[in-house]
Every structure is written in C-alpha cells, then in structure tokens.
Design a binder for this molecule. Structure first.
Ligand code: SF4
Length: 342
C-alpha cells in the first residue's frame, strides 16, 4: 500500500470486531451432556482500516482461524459484534438474517491455507474460478469466460490454463487459482488464512508479492493469518498477536517488531530468522505446550510459559491497555519490562 493511498484511507474503518467469543461445547455420554467448553476465541477486539493489511499471528490452536471464520460468519459466534462498513453505514454482520447472508458474502472472501485440498480435483480451473459467479448469478457463460481469463492473468497464470485440472499445477500455481477464485466476486475484504504456510519458502515470497500487487490493483483489505511473525512482516500495516483465544498485543508492524510490549511477542520475534548466525542463540524457547483452550490457565493465560511471570499473573487477568499511541498490550508489567525486538 503506498503512502498516498494509506493517508486517504487512514480514517476509514472497514470492519470493527467487538468482544468476539466462540466457545465450542464439549459433549459427553449417551445424552451428549455439555461438560465444558473449548474457549477458542475469548473476547477479541480489533478493527481493520479500508485498504490495510492486518496480520493476525499466533501458534496453532490459538483461535486465529476461528476468528477469521467468525467474521465471515462461516461459523456463528457465542457472543460479540462484527461491524462492517457498507454503503456508508455500519452493519452488524451478526444481525444479518441467514437469508441475506449470500449477498453479504460477496463483500468478503477467504483464501485457504492448503491449495491441494481446497480445490476440487474434478473441476477444471474455469469451473473453480467461475463457480462463485454462477452461484451469485453474475454474468452469462461468455462473460464468465472473459472474467476468468482476466482473473487468471491478474494472478500470473495464462488463459489456456482454464481448461486444465488442479493436478496439473504446482502448489504455488494452485494457490494462485485459489486467489483468483477469491477475487471473482470483487470482494472488499479478504481473509487470507495462512495462504503461504503449505508452500515452499521460495514460492512464499512470490505469493505474498502477488497479494500485495492485487491489493493495489483492486483496493483490497486483508486480514492475513499466519503462525509466525516472519511471514507477515512485510505485508502487514499492523499486526495483532493472539494467544489462547485472546489478542495479547496489537500495534503498527514496525513498532511491534522493534518495541514489543508483551513477553509472548518477544518470544515469537526471537524465532524470526536473522541474517546474523550469532543471533540464533538469543531464541527464547517457551516451556511446555500451548495449554488446552478447554481448560485455560487462570489470570494471564500466558503465565505458565512466561519467564517474567509474578504471583499476580496467575490470579488477575491483565487489562487490555493502550500503552503508547495505537500500541495495545495485555500484560501487567508491560511498562516495566525491557523486551527485545528485532
Ligand atoms: Fe507474563 Fe505476567 Fe505479563 Fe502475563 S501478565 S505476560 S504472565 S508478565
């Protein structure tokens, strides 16, 4: 996103997520009694400005994919609001009747993580990319062909690819087909759910560059989900770090990487590959596994793995505070700790 485009859109919030929760019931026994809940998303708040990329980062199982699906209403939330700016008005996505969701879904699309399983092997590339147009009754067959040709060219593929099947393509090319399908309805917001995680490192950069080019060309807004900070570093305007269902830090990308204000972010940053081999010894290894969201730790959910934890951390939930302008963190000791960035 260039500077002039950024300044034009800086004020315009496209989506605001308020206190979003998703608790999945745990059912046991013959009568399927509810014996507990998996707190997959536990009171998440953030906004996304029009034309920006918000990176959402955290380990597997932290709730980032569930968050992406909740804002698309692919699954229903337990609680919370998702306000979306449409024709100048803020619409609460959670209040849209199911019968009207189809029209709304033209605004938001998803790019899936796995380009191998997300494309139907029995469908040609033309059928895959034109399917959303068909479902929404957009364009006749001839127009659809033109649209698919344009979309293939936009993602760096050729018109003659439209008659082939997914098996004929490499992982990177398949992800390009998935991106073309996501663009078919000309959405404004795209949830990119780990779009490069399944790809070779050499191909990852190409796909990220493509997503950036498409953002400029089509004025897209991205929620870019990834499990490590190195992937989102260059594409994100701002980054939110998620741990066990909660966002623990959120700031502009440069600020978050240079001056982290949460120990979990510091640990994730220490795993970002560096050019200097001596830096490797500074990697912070978190003890233990990520706890179960069905039985999360008390107080600060990060306390069993935090090297700065004190007694209060296991008792009191840290407040979500704006510690510097537009830099938010949930840590009792954020002001006192001197954390290392990159
Ligand atoms: Fe660590 Fe305590 Fe801060 Fe949680 S509140 S991140 S346990 S220091």
């Amino acid at each position: 996103m260039n500077d002039s485009a950024r300044s034009e859109t800086q004020q315009q919030v496209l989506m605001e997520v308020r206190n979003l929760k998703k608790y999945f019931p745990i059912q046991r026994g013959f009568l399927r009694q509810v014996v507990g809940h998996v707190q997959a998303v536990d009171g998440v708040n953030f906004f996304i400005r029009e034309g920006e990329t918000l990176g959402l980062v955290g380990e597997s199982g932290c709730g980032k994919t569930t968050t992406g699906r909740l804002i698309l209403r692919a699954i229903e939330p337990t609680e919370g609001d998702v306000l979306y700016r449409c024709n100048g008005n803020l619409v609460n996505v959670m209040d849209i009747p199911k019968s009207e969701l189809k029209a709304f879904r033209r605004e938001m699309q998803i790019i899936f993580q796995d380009p191998f399983s997300s494309l139907n092997p029995r469908m040609t590339v033309f059928d895959i990319i034109s399917e959303p147009l068909q479902i929404h009754g957009i364009a006749d067959t001839v127009e659809r062909k033109d649209r698919v040709r344009d979309l293939l060219e936009a993602v760096g593929l050729k018109a003659q690819h439209m008659n082939r099947y997914p098996y004929a393509f490499s992982g990177g090319q398949r992800q390009r087909i998935g991106i073309a399908r996501a663009l078919a309805l000309r959405p404004r917001l795209i949830v990119a759910d780990e779009p490069v995680s399944a790809l070779d490192v050499s191909v990852q950069a190409q796909v990220i560059n493509l997503l950036e080019d498409l953002q400029h060309e089509f004025g897209l807004t991205y929620l870019f989900i990834a499990h490590d900070l190195s992937v989102v570093e260059h594409i994100s305007d701002r980054v939110a770090v998620m741990y066990l269902g909660k966002i623990v830090e959120l700031a502009a990308a440069d600020e978050l990487y240079a001056n982290p204000l949460h120990p979990y972010t510091e640990a994730l940053l220490s795993a970002v590959p560096r050019t200097d081999p001596d830096e490797k010894s500074k990697r912070i290894l978190l003890p233990g596994d990520i706890p179960s969201p069905a039985n999360p730790p008390s107080g600060c959910k990060f306390h069993p793995r935090c090297r700065y934890a004190q007694d209060v951390c296991s008792v009191q939930v840290p407040e979500w505070r704006e510690l510097k302008e537009n830099h938010w963190s949930a840590c009792h000791f954020a002001e006192e700790l001197s954390l290392t960035g990159i």
